[in-house]
Design a protein around this ligand. Structure first.
Ligand SMILES: *Cc1c(COP(=O)(O)O)cnc(C)c1O
Length: 219
């Protein structure tokens, strides 16, 4: 099926509160343009250099989401244009995003990544580290970031029950922090679910799914 057909099929099943991020990493601009021409305006990339190259040549009404792990020294390359950074997992990274956003006179929305999988290779904060960041005095002083939600990645497994438990766990943390009143924080986005598990993620309360291969084909 074509990229346009894949997109339309997925979008037809999404509840209205769920935002679709089309994950276009490794795919050529021509593929992204096919999605763009089918109406898609939000794209997710996991490498800053690749995202910046695509941003430079593509229409300027696109929202670019950084979904990968972010190295502090590379934040400056996307600060001018990035719409949402999904994988924020340290105070140090938040500080750098705040600093670079200030240079461009912007407020950059960020999601805090929570570690929910049983895999050593995945990144993210545990509940205690999340609490430390949310309660820190530093975050309250960061006028050029806004923490708008949480992100998580489930274990890569066939075991639906395991994935469901991990999504439910993330949703329970989201519900806890949502009611907190903290400067520069407003928890409205729960980013969870990819090609293999987005239906389950939505059933567990996801408001933003990151779908790559089901739109663009395998990588
Ligand atoms: C690659 C990637 C996705 C999309 O994965 P698919 O299985 O191709 O849908 C989603 N989230 C993150 C963080 C990724 O790196």
């Amino acid at each position: 099926m074509s990229i346009q057909q894949n997109l339309n099929n997925i979008k037809a099943t999404l509840p209205p509160q769920v935002t679709l991020v089309a994950v276009s990493k490794t795919k050529p601009v021509s593929d992204l343009m096919e999605a763009y021409n089918a109406g898609q305006r939000i794209f997710g990339e996991n490498k800053i250099q690749e995202m910046t190259e695509k941003w430079e040549v593509m229409p300027k009404d696109i929202e670019w989401h950084m979904i990968g792990h972010v190295q502090t020294n590379k934040v400056k390359f996307m600060a001018e244009y990035v719409s949402l950074i999904h994988g924020v997992d340290s105070l140090k990274l938040l500080e750098e995003i705040n600093k670079q956003a200030k240079k461009h006179n912007r407020i950059i929305p960020c999601l805090l990544q929570i570690y929910i999988a049983k895999e050593e290779t995945k990144f993210g904060l545990d509940e205690k580290e999340l609490e430390e960041i949310l309660q820190s005095e530093e975050v309250k002083q960061m006028d050029n970031i806004k923490i708008t939600g949480l992100m998580g990645m489930a274990t890569f497994t066939e075991d639906q029950n395991q994935i469901k438990q991990e999504f439910q766990y993330l949703k329970s943390i989201f519900d806890k922090v949502k009611s907190l009143s903290i400067a520069n924080c407003q928890f409205s986005t729960l980013s969870m679910g990819m090609s293999g598990d987005y239906q389950l993620a939505i059933a567990c309360g996801s408001t933003m799914i990151r779908v790559g291969s089901s739109i663009f084909g395998g990588r």
